[in-house]
Design a protein around this ligand. Structure first.
Ligand SMILES: Nc1ncnc2c1ncn2[C@@H]1O[C@H](COP(=O)(O)OP(=O)(O)OP(=O)(O)O)[C@@H](O)[C@H]1O
Length: 271
């Protein structure tokens, strides 16, 4: 067992019995690109119905770990993933798992909003259509409306559902992308710096939305903003040079980090 594993499991245990159940369990996850190690023996238990922030300096492996969760590393030539990664107890890397189906239950929101070149309605309806989630047009209308409502966008777009998704503002597009992810009932929502292309007002809206969504979803957010991690997350994981250095309650990580590397990062000494 690598040195850091007992430390991490120990911290996980500290979350207590009243915490939401574990949704994502990683053990000894390693990733190498063309033989070059990018992630070393990451072990972490991520609870359901809460927001977990991944922080750390550029290149420390945050996005690489995020991509393990929906097997996006499969699409990168030369990437090799080892270790165990379970969502709801099911091994993500098992040969029986279809990555396309997996990616429906592990939604992903990227830095730059990426609506499809389709109408607002069709952006949200796309997933339910291909996954056969709606039995009728009324059903589909219902899914589109409720997804847009959950994403806090309905009131702004209800009378323009046939307009192109790309006609919306950046912040609205990001909420549209979140509505698109929600429409297929994901288990986990991954967000890779979802506000980095947005102004402060749009950022505040997305943060509010994340706070509402956490009641129902396991949300993992990569952010370079310590303020954002502190505002939106209940737990924070600090990565450094491909290693998960520290994971704990956000307030503890920011007020009383155990590891000097975490302390240095959150006080701006490097990164
Ligand atoms: N497709 C790829 N091919 C080769 N190496 C990669 C690839 N993606 C990431 N890496 C390498 O893996 C390491 C971790 O990168 P990763 O993008 O996961 O870091 P990060 O913490 O998300 O960084 P940032 O905060 O800048 O987005 C880096 O050394 C990076 O160069």
């Amino acid at each position: 067992m690598p040195d850091n594993q007992s430390h991490i499991l120990d911290q996980n245990a500290g979350f207590g019995a009243t915490e939401p159940p574990i949704k994502v369990a990683a053990r000894d996850v390693c990733v190498a690109y063309d033989g070059k190690q990018a992630l070393n023996h990451v072990s972490i238990d991520i609870p359901d119905r809460s927001v977990t922030a991944f922080i750390g300096p550029s290149g420390c492996g945050k996005s690489t770990f995020l991509r393990c969760l929906n097997r996006m590393n499969d699409t990168i030539e030369g990437a090799r993933v080892t270790g165990s990664l379970k969502i709801d107890g099911a091994e993500v890397n098992d040969k029986s798992i279809d990555p396309v189906v997996l990616r429906a239950s592990v939604g992903m929101v990227f830095q730059k909003p990426n609506p499809f070149p389709k109408s607002i309605y069709d952006n949200v309806a796309y997933g339910p259509r291909i996954h056969g989630l709606a039995l009728s047009r009324d059903d589909l209308d219902g899914i589109v409306e409720s997804s847009l409502k959950k994403a806090g966008l309905w009131e702004e777009v209800a009378d323009r559902l046939n307009d192109p998704g790309t006609s919306l503002s950046g912040g609205q597009q990001q909420r549209l992308v979140i509505a698109r992810a929600i429409a297929i009932n994901p288990e986990v929502i991954l967000m890779d710096e979802p506000c980095s292309a947005l102004d402060p007002i749009a950022t505040a809206k997305i943060e509010e939305l994340i706070d509402e969504l956490r009641e129902n979803y396991c949300i993992i957010i990569v952010t370079h903003s310590m303020q954002q991690a502190a505002r939106v997350s209940q737990r924070t994981a600090f990565f450094h040079m491909g290693t998960l250095v520290e994971f704990g309650r956000t307030e503890d990580i920011f007020t009383n980090p155990r590891d000097p590397r975490t302390q240095d990062y959150i006080t701006g000494r490097f990164g």
